[in-house]
Design a protein around this ligand. Sequence first.
Ligand SMILES: Nc1nc2c(c(=O)[nH]1)N[C@@H](CN(C=O)c1ccc(C(=O)N[C@@H](CCC(=O)O)C(=O)O)cc1)CN2
Ligand SMILES: NCC(=O)N[C@@H]1O[C@H](COP(=O)([O-])[O-])[C@@H](O)[C@H]1O
Length: 289
Amino acid sequence: MEAAAVASSGTGLRCSLNPVPRQQRRSARVGFTTKRQPCAVTCRRLLLRPNARLYRAASASASLDSGAGNSGVSRKRLAVFLSGGGSNFRSIHEAALGGEVNGDVVALITDKPGCGGAEYARCNGIPVIVFPKSKSAPEGVSTDELLNVLRDLKVDFVLLAGYLKLIPGELVQAYPRSMLNMHPSLLPAFGGKGYYGSRVHKAVIASGARYSGPTVHFVDEQFDTGRTLAQRVVPVLANDTPEQLAARVLHEEHQVYVEAVAALCEDRIVWREDGVPLIKSRTNPNVYT
Ligand SMILES: Nc1nc2c(c(=O)[nH]1)N[C@@H](CN(C=O)c1ccc(C(=O)N[C@@H](CCC(=O)O)C(=O)O)cc1)CN2
Ligand SMILES: NCC(=O)N[C@@H]1O[C@H](COP(=O)([O-])[O-])[C@@H](O)[C@H]1O
């Protein structure tokens, strides 16, 4: 698929740097400069010409970093799918920039081009691709076009991080044992169609469950039925609101997703004979979780 279709997928953004007090400064990567900026970045939505240059530069710049990480495994290329604010996406991206994840996010795919996760991607020079095409997002691409883009970008792994559409079978089949999802409950409980976002936490509280927590699982053709890779457990308190439980679970999501993606990018996933995927410890190869 021509880059132009990707480029028309979203308006570019010019990221301006605002000096902030030293104690609030944080490094941020803007565009493709490798020089870290010592300031917060304020991104303003500007009506710029389509970002074909951005797409080509992304595929070029990411290919420059295809060396092996310290694990001796080639650096992996990641595509993230989301529909909302993108805090899991940010955690993974920051872990990739910081070296904890042996990979680079080379594309952000969303059905909501105006969402916070897409904004963050644009501010960090990551191409945004709208999928699927819809009345509210006519600039979206088809499944075949998306498959072509992911192939052209040499994507190794697909990470769902708050994406609210069913991934079509053709896409699932194109990434066998290479597509993960983050779900905010202890699957198989409280999963499936209709279970997303705060709906999950409301159902958990209403059920009287005393524990909840995030599940990282491989993606198959139905919602939330793929093989579980990793989970964390948090308590459900007697007076929890859905928002309080969501925050407690989200905190654990950020950690367990980074750990799972780090294992995936270092080829530390081992499949048990019964089909259960395990994570081999980075420090002790005899330990599996
Ligand atoms: N093939 C797969 N696609 C997706 C999976 C999956 O496991 N296999 N996981 C979901 C993420 N998810 C839970 O983790 C999930 C997301 C959304 C829904 C849902 O019911 N969606 C509504 C539409 C909501 C909207 O568009 O606002 C629906 O389909 O009616 C359930 C679970 C991502 N894709
Ligand atoms: N069933 C899918 C689902 O509900 N996913 C949930 O959406 C949120 C996205 O937050 P984020 O955009 O801040 O990462 C996360 O809590 C994730 O578990």
